[in-house]
Design a protein around this ligand. Structure first.
Ligand code: SF4
Length: 376
């Protein structure tokens, strides 16, 4: 009898649910901290090795000058920030950085371009070549290039892409307070296009943008009800950059980060939960609590696109202290094969994704834009 109750509890904890409600997620988020941690850590151990952390290096392959108005982003052209823009890196530059990342323990390279969307053409062909090159280094390759069409996603898959990142950022309701140049559904459509390939999905969001706890739960509803759930979910703490509309937001409390990580772990047991932006503001003890709560991935390297990140040696020292080891590449899924450009089944269609332009006004975005005009 006792054994049967025990197996029922284990079955319950093993279950991947796609019907979470906001109320249920809020109940989890608001549990007493010790109960929340215990539950999250138990589920974590049923699905993952708690002593293993997946380490990704994020490379900004094209920086700044983006036409979107994401209120947290220093790369949006309309705001005045100290970001130095760069054109698309060469394949050789990317290869050199990927080799360095591999040497320092990263199993994945995530290439970010400050684009609203992918456009078929020379630059995208160059990115496809970067994907081929890194996959041949036996590293997992991830891209975050903005919106993609189904055909573009298929071309990335053929090149050997392992993961595509496209964040939902927040709940659908609060998203409208942060971004006005494309809608939430546009983001879901891109995730859907990626899902039509064998590329894994990386999607998460940011806390500390002025949202409330219900918005955090709302974002987790949107992510956890995707079927399948994302293989990877970055949880970012806002890094408030001067000149952006969110420059005055207060730093996220470590307890909020721990609660968010633990709740994500409980509602998405199989997902790799990534501690992303904002780690420089966290102590080692705080990060250790996040790992205990179910985080099992980090971004390494001294920069996260344009914002600071802990030094990779510091991370390795932390792992040693905690007895944790970097995850080997292709532990969760086999390495995709690379198809050369000349053998490719999918050709450029000269297309770009369609998106809605809600273009509602966000007061603080408008104010930051106006301020930038006076400073530029
Ligand atoms: S987050 Fe991405 S899409 Fe938004 S402004 Fe920054 S670079 Fe552009």
């Amino acid at each position: 009898m006792e054994f049967s109750i025990f197996t029922q509890i284990i079955d319950f904890m093993n279950e991947i649910r796609h019907n979470w409600t906001k109320e249920q997620i809020l109940d989890i988020y608001n549990k007493p901290m010790m109960e929340l941690l215990y539950e999250a850590a138990t589920i974590h151990r049923l699905h993952h090795d708690p002593n293993v952390v997946q380490v990704s290096t994020l490379l900004s392959i094209k920086t700044g000058g983006c036409s979107e108005d994401c209120g947290y982003c220093p790369q949006a052209a309309r705001y005045h920030t100290n970001i130095e823009g760069n054109d698309l890196m060469s394949v050789q530059q990317v290869k050199a950085q990927a080799l360095r990342a591999k040497e320092t323990g990263s199993s994945r390279v995530c290439m970010g371009a400050a684009w609203r969307n992918v456009k078929d053409g020379e630059e995208f062909n160059q990115v496809l070549e970067m994907v081929r090159t890194i996959n041949k280094l036996d590293m997992e390759v991830c891209c975050t290039l903005g919106m993609v069409t189904e055909n573009q996603a298929k071309r990335l898959a053929e090149a050997g892409l392992y993961a595509y990142n496209h964040n939902l950022d927040s709940s659908e309701e609060y998203y409208k307070e942060v971004i006005s140049t494309r809608g939430y559904q546009d983001r879901l459509d891109t995730i859907d296009n990626v899902r039509k390939t064998n590329v894994t999905v990386c999607s998460g969001g940011i806390i500390g943008m002025g949202e409330n706890v219900a918005d955090r739960a709302g974002m987790l509803v949107a992510l956890s009800t995707l079927n399948p759930q994302p293989e990877s979910t970055p949880i970012n703490a806002l890094v408030a950059v001067e000149g952006t509309p969110l420059e005055d937001e207060k730093p996220v409390e470590i307890w909020d980060m721990i609660r968010m990580v633990a709740t994500t772990r409980i509602v998405m047991p199989e997902t790799q939960v990534r501690l992303s932006a904002g780690r420089t503001q966290m102590s080692r003890e705080g990060q250790a609590m996040c790992f205990f709560a179910g985080a099992n991935s980090i971004f390494a390297g001294d920069k996260l696109l344009t914002t600071p990140n802990p030094d990779v040696n510091e991370d390795m020292k932390m792992f040693k202290l905690l007895g944790m080891n970097p995850q080997k590449p292709f532990t969760k899924k086999v390495q995709p094969q690379t198809v050369e450009a000349t053998e490719s089944e999918y050709q450029a269609l000269g297309e770009k994704p369609r998106w809605t332009r809600p273009e509602h006004k966000i007061e603080r975005n408008e104010a930051a834009k106006e301020k930038a005009k006076t400073l530029k």
